[in-house]
Structure formats: structure tokens, C-alpha cells
Design a protein around this ligand. Sequence first.
Ligand SMILES: Nc1nc2c(c(=O)[nH]1)N[C@H]1C(S)=C(S)[C@@H](COP(=O)(O)OP(=O)(O)OC[C@H]3O[C@@H](n4cnc5c(N)ncnc54)[C@H](O)[C@@H]3O)O[C@H]1N2
Ligand code: MOO
Length: 418
Amino acid sequence: MNMPWNLARQTAREAAKPLEAVEVALPDALGLALASGVRALASQPTCDTSAMDGYAVAGPGPWTVVGRVAAGDSVPEVRLRAGEAFGVATGAPVPDGSDSVIPVELCSVEAGVLREAAGGAADRRPGESRQAPNRPPGDHGESHQAPNRPPGDHGESHQAPNRPPGKHIRRRGEDWSAGDELVPAGSLVSPAVLGLAAGAGHDTLLVHRRPRVAVVVTGDELLHAGPPRPGRVRDAIGPMLPGLLTGADLFGTTHLRDDPSALADALTFDQADVLVTCGATSVGPADHLRRVLADLDAEVLVSGVACRPGHPMLLAVLPDGRCVAGLPGNPFAALAAVLTLLRPLLDTLGGQAIRAPVTAWLGDAGAHPHDTRLVPVTRAGVPVGHDRPGSLWGAALADALAVVPPGHRGGEVELLPL
Ligand SMILES: Nc1nc2c(c(=O)[nH]1)N[C@H]1C(S)=C(S)[C@@H](COP(=O)(O)OP(=O)(O)OC[C@H]3O[C@@H](n4cnc5c(N)ncnc54)[C@H](O)[C@@H]3O)O[C@H]1N2
Ligand code: MOO
């Protein structure tokens, strides 16, 4: 009895435990899953910082310029008093006592005296409204709100313009505080995670090691170069697999004839966490996989799945804990088995948390009454056709396989990205 598709995927996810955690230098963590959450080692910003090149000011203008601080300088050892200004670079610490920062293009400085230039419109882009949209109270981001100056006022007034306190100052800890968890365990380390982790002070990350996978392609009829001819077919699965298993370290591919003792030997390779076999899953005279697994005392967790294509797919665990994923020989069926069993198993071994599914609306898509269908579709959920089990044509044109449950009549379905 074939296992329902959802249960088969769930079984594969639960067939193993995450591999050990290792601490690696940041660049080496790319594409691996975090074994512990990334926490900030310092607040960001670490001190009150200017968001603009300009002048930090205290009290109403005009102001006397009393100093200057550049990016990379430490916090100036002065406290600004009303009527004083300090030249600041974007990213530089502002002195204590700074009320706000005036961008340099809104300033005029003569003989050490700073005045806010007329208009204040220079720090708005064309078409931008005066009021910054959707900013929460207390947000001191790079608002382009102009000072609320009466008509005819050219900024010479000694009255403080209605500039919100803290404008253009990024307050200490405004983005995050030291100790905050920024990315949870189980997340994949993307380029942005690497940048964020570096920004938060990390030189290394704790990640799960990548699963090691050995691939065995079987079949007397297979060719590995040149055009197919009657009785001989080109191996289409071996070339497809490395790109599907980017989260794993591959040992390379072994090509075997339909020989049970050679297959049994290949399955004794103990450097791999997962052995992937291609072909020999069915019941023909040359299909030895099930017998070989029985001889090796493997526990078969999934033996046939109620899905099309790929129903003979198989998942087993050897006595020493290594897993065997049996992909059917028909190439599209093999792809279906990778997405149903192998990838979920590798995700678990690699410590990846289960992500929310990608979905799309799909009509009945030729749903089967009892079996789940895996249908090649575009990212918008449009079937691309050419989906016969022996052919990767449809899959090659598709962005994903849609999971069409038995009896589906139209509605949201999960997409398995390719
Ligand atoms: N009596 C039954 N026969 C079959 C059944 C069944 O239920 N009862 N299921 C069919 C289905 S569905 C599939 S899928 C295949 C699975 O077969 P195997 O996993 O045993 O694979 P083979 O028999 O070796 O090959 C099947 C088919 O695929 C071609 N092939 C094999 N390897 C490759 C490769 N690496 N690249 C390209 N093509 C490959 C092979 O030449 C055959 O044409 O069983 C059905 N039979
Ligand atoms: O799984 Mo098979 O590919 O339907 O022929």
C-alpha cells in the first residue's frame, strides 16, 4: 500500500536528527543552517550618531561652530550648549547635548557662525511630501520634514525652527540592543544574514555541518556520453542531482551495472550520511534495491508513495543510521522523489527549520482520484505540460512542481521550487 504523499514527506523529515554543530568563519557559513540564533554583540548604533553630513546643533540658531567630528572618530568630549554647533559626518558620533542635525545643504556658515539656509526645501526630493509617512513616534530616522517656518522667514530668526528633537540623529540602540536575537536558529545563512551577523559583531557562526551524500546510478542500459540509441538511454538523473542537492556535500557519482552485489557494496560506503540510488526501485528482474536493503537489515520507512510520477520511491535507514533514498529510474519520477523524500531528509540533517510553503492558485490540473500529482508549473502556477514520467522536458521549463492533492478541483496548492 503506497503511503500518502504528505505522510511520506513528513516521514522523511523525521527520519534523522540534525547533524552536529560546528563553528565556522563567516564566509564558510553561507548556505548552512544556524545551530543557534544570531544575537547582537553590541547595540546598533553603539552611540548617538549623525544620519547626515551637516551640523549637530543645540538650542535655537544662529549657532557658533565649536568643533568637527568625522566618521571613525570617538564621541567628542564636549557637551554642546544652546547656541553651539558641531560639524558632523554621516555615521559620526554626535556630541552630548545635540538636539538635532541640520544637513549641510541647509546650512550657511560665515565666520564660524552657522545659520539654517532659507527654505529648507533643499533636503526634500522633488514630489516628496513635507510630512514623512508612517513614522512611529520617537523615530529619528532620515526624515525630510522641513522646518515649520512662517512665510517670509529666511532662517535668520533667533526663534528655534520647529525641527523635531533628535531629527537626523540615530539614537543608540535604535536598530537593536546588545543581546537581541536577530535571526533564529534553523534559518539558512543568506548573504544578508552574513552581513547582518558581521554588523552585529560576529566573526564566526555556529551552524550545522552539511550532509555528505553519495550517489549511485544503476542500469545496464545507461550511456554517459553521446546520443541515445535503441536499447540505450543517456543517464539524465546523474547530471541533474548536484544542482538539486546544493545543501549537501556530494562525493560524486558511481555508475553501476544491474548487479546486486555491486549495489550492496556501494551501500556499505560509510563516509556518507545519505546514499542516493537511482533506478532498481521497481519489481523487474534487474530491480534489486529492495532485496539488497533487506539483506543489509535496513529498516524501510517509505516503500512506495501514492503520487504520480514516482510511486516506487523508497526511503530506508541502515543499521548504522545512514539513510538510503531510492529514486525511481524514470527521470521525472526521480525528480519527484528528490522533492518528496531526499530534500526534506537533507533539510533535517542540515538543521533547517521548516519554512512556510510557497503556494499558488491552480485549477484541477488533471487531479487524480487517489494519488497526489506533482505538476510542473511556472511561478504563477501555470502548468507547462510535457510531464511524462520518463521526460524532464516539463520540469526543465518549470519554476516549481505543484503538489496537486487527490481529487483537487481548484484552489491554493503548494509549490516545490526547482
Ligand atoms: N510491474 C511494474 N513495473 C513498473 C512499475 C510497477 O508498479 N509495476 N512502476 C513503473 C514506474 S512508475 C517506474 S517510475 C519505474 C521505476 O523503475 P526502476 O526504479 O526500477 O528503474 P529502471 O527499471 O531501472 O528504469 C525505469 C526506466 O527509467 C530509465 N532510466 C533508468 N535510469 C535512468 C537514468 N539514470 N537516466 C535516464 N533514464 C533512466 C530506464 O531506462 C527505464 O526506461 O518502474 C515502472 N515499472
Ligand atoms: O513513477 Mo513512474 O515515473 O510514474 O513511471
